[in-house]
Ligand binder design. Structure first.
Ligand SMILES: Cc1cc2nc3c(=O)[nH]c(=O)nc-3n(C[C@H](O)[C@H](O)[C@H](O)COP(=O)(O)OP(=O)(O)OC[C@H]3O[C@@H](n4cnc5c(N)ncnc54)[C@H](O)[C@@H]3O)c2cc1C
Length: 569
């Protein structure tokens, strides 16, 4: 029997409650307090997503010796000349406003220097120590304050609501179909503007850092809606994922960048420091360099669990324990002594630079649909600097909130395509109507291995072709597979099936874009095309309807070989 969807109406619908979603809600509400604003989230508001997991901190040019030009140049050079320069400029300029708003209006306490100025620490790949933080658990401070502010306002919350499809009305967005996870009921929420802020999340890799609620649902919905996705081959691996064995979900979780920034050393299985052999910046090189060097060392001399080591003891155990309290406790929970001993680590999939193409006001090619945060693509190019992620989600979340409040003034609610709602429900119902029992665990493991081995840190054409064949097989198995439990309410196996569907669809895009890029830039390394290619001819990948187009990067502010810094050589 085909299920029916219950309907709700709102003016602005925000998908996701991370830094992007909550900033959008607060800004839209501030711009027009009379609007009906609804935040719909797969988890609990304030308790899910990756903004809460931010450890290291937030990049912003505050110090007198620093400048937004310097932050911009670090972002462009770190991104290997692939970032959209107007988006990157917006990031670095508005980060200054947002950090002040976080502190002065929203109530965040960041660490300070003895003279009262905000303390800013070193992060890899940057020419200035500009990372604002609250110890090494910055995201909890930001999310707690944002959530309190949202709770204090007349903003609707739909918690444990999973968005499953963008529903159109002609060429515009009409609303979103959800599963109310608590009851299993389908709900269609009609809106005059919709924000996609579900935070990407490369959880299709064997080792990964993001929270389990992130399974690329937003990107998969955008893909099915026919929106262009850019830079999808650019998946960032964080060098220091904790390697604590296969029995624990702690494996893959991140040990923050500040450890390397503060002077931590990486050692191979023979306990020798190797990074100076690969890059003059050694452990402070960008994440792509460090992860690749680690990958190569892993082949030669792995640690007992198949990883490498991070060593901090030479900095003084007391200092490490004081400055990295959260990290020291996390390692101790898994039996490691970070302050005085060695901790096993492995590169871990951390962040997707790619995402939905968008304009500087966060609008997309689908009228009424806006995007912000890790679901969007173009700000970071081939590599995201540590500390630019939460800056990105808060800056563009706020931009989207302002833009949506302005947009809805001239827009009515639109009649949805009812057939599309029914088709989406039928798709979600497949595992209840199919008869072929499948082993989801085995399919997930297959996805993890395929992505880690063939679409990971080092790629080549043969591996990518083989990965695409594997992914098509996984997709077919999912599409014809049945689940054992027919319950709809809180059926987590069903949601696992839905997660795998999204992850497999997006994995295919990553592999296809990686096959199309025949050079090596930033996070994307092709063993069969190891050169970066001409920076002047830089092109970004744009995936739409199964095909990839390479489009020239517009150097609107600075060209390769130039700098915005006055004293640059
Ligand atoms: C361990 C870790 C440490 C990090 N440390 C740093 C750091 O120090 N500095 C830095 O700049 N960046 C860091 N990052 C990156 C940073 O967290 C992200 O770039 C940023 O927070 C993303 O914000 P967002 O709002 O786009 O997504 P998120 O904060 O991840 O929020 C996504 C939201 O979407 C919801 N959602 C997902 N799917 C659906 C769906 N189908 N329907 C409805 N809701 C959905 C989720 O539940 C969640 O609420 C770190 C990331 C991780 C994982």
């Amino acid at each position: 029997m085909v299920q029916e969807a219950r309907s709700l109406d709102t003016d602005i619908l925000i998908l996701g409650a991370g830094g992007a979603g909550l900033f959008a809600a607060l800004h839209a509400h501030q711009a027009s307090p009379d609007l009906s604003i609804t935040v719909a989230v797969k988890g609990l508001l304030g308790k899910c997503g990756c903004t809460r997991m931010v450890q290291g901190g937030y990049n912003v040019a505050l110090a007198a010796e620093d400048s937004i030009e310097r932050h911009f140049m670090d972002t462009i050079e770190g991104g290997k000349w692939l970032p959209d320069q107007e988006l990157a400029w917006k990031l670095v300029t508005l980060a200054v406003e947002r950090i002040k708003e976080l502190e002065n209006e929203l109530g965040c306490f960041f660490d300070r220097n003895p003279d009262g100025t905000i303390h800013q620490k070193a992060f890899a790949g940057q020419t200035f120590d500009r990372t604002v933080h609250k110890g090494d658990l910055t995201g909890i401070e930001i999310m707690n304050r944002l959530a309190e502010q949202v709770w204090a306002r007349d903003i609707n919350r739909l918690e444990e609501y999973r968005a499953v499809e963008l529903i159109k009305s002609g060429d515009s967005v009409a609303g979103v179909l959800f599963i109310d996870m608590r009851s299993g009921e389908y709900v269609f929420v009609r809106a005059r503007a919709v924000l996609l802020a579900t935070g990407g999340g490369p959880t299709m890799y064997k080792y990964h850092t993001p929270s389990g609620d992130k399974s690329c649902d937003g990107l998969a919905m955008a893909l099915r809606a026919g929106l262009p996705l850019r830079d999808m081959e650019m998946v960032q691996f964080h060098p220091t994922g904790l390697l604590a064995g296969t029995h624990t979900r702690m494996t893959g979780t991140v040990l923050e960048e500040g450890l390397r920034g503060a002077g931590g050393h990486l050692l191979n299985g023979a306990k020798e420091r190797f990074m100076p052999r690969y890059d003059p910046l050694a452990e402070r090189a960008t994440r792509d360099f460090v992860s690749r060097a680690m990958f190569l060392e892993l082949q030669k001399a792995p640690s007992p669990h198949g990883g490498l080591y991070i060593s901090m003891a030479h900095l003084g155990p007391e200092r490490v324990a004081r400055e990295f309290k959260g990290m020291v406790e996390r390692c101790a929970d898994c039996g490691f002594d970070l302050a005085g001993g060695l901790v096993e680590v492995v590169p871990t999939a951390h962040y997707m630079m790619g995402g939905v193409e968008f304009a500087a006001d966060c609008s997309t090619a689908l009228p009424g649909l806006f995007v912000a945060g890790e679901d969007s693509g173009g700000v970071h190019g081939a590599n995201r600097l540590g500390g630019n992620g939460v800056a990105n989600s808060t800056v563009f979340g706020a931009v989207a909130g302002d833009a949506m409040a302005a947009w809805v003034r001239s827009q009515g609610l639109r009649a949805p395509d009812r057939a599309a709602i029914q088709a989406a429900i039928e798709q979600c119902e497949k595992p209840f109507t199919n008869s072929n029992r499948i082993d989801l665990e085995a399919l997930r493991e297959q996805l993890y291995e395929t992505m880690w081995q063939k679409v990971g840190i080092v790629r080549d054409a043969a591996g990518l072709e083989s990965a695409l064949a594997d992914l098509r097989g996984i997709e077919t198995a999912l599409a014809s597979g049945a689940l054992p439990d027919m319950q709809r309410a809180f059926n987590l196996t069903w949601h696992d099936w839905l997660n795998l569907v999204s992850l497999t669809q997006v994995s295919k895009v990553i592999a296809t874009a990686a096959l199309a890029r025949r050079d090596s830039r930033g996070a994307h390394y092709r063993a069969d095309f190891p050169d970066a290619g001409s920076l002047e001819q830089s092109a970004y990948s744009s995936y739409r309807h199964g095909a990839v187009a390479m489009k020239p990067v517009a150097f609107t502010r600075v060209r390769p070989g130039q700098s915005l810094l006055k004293n640059a050589a």
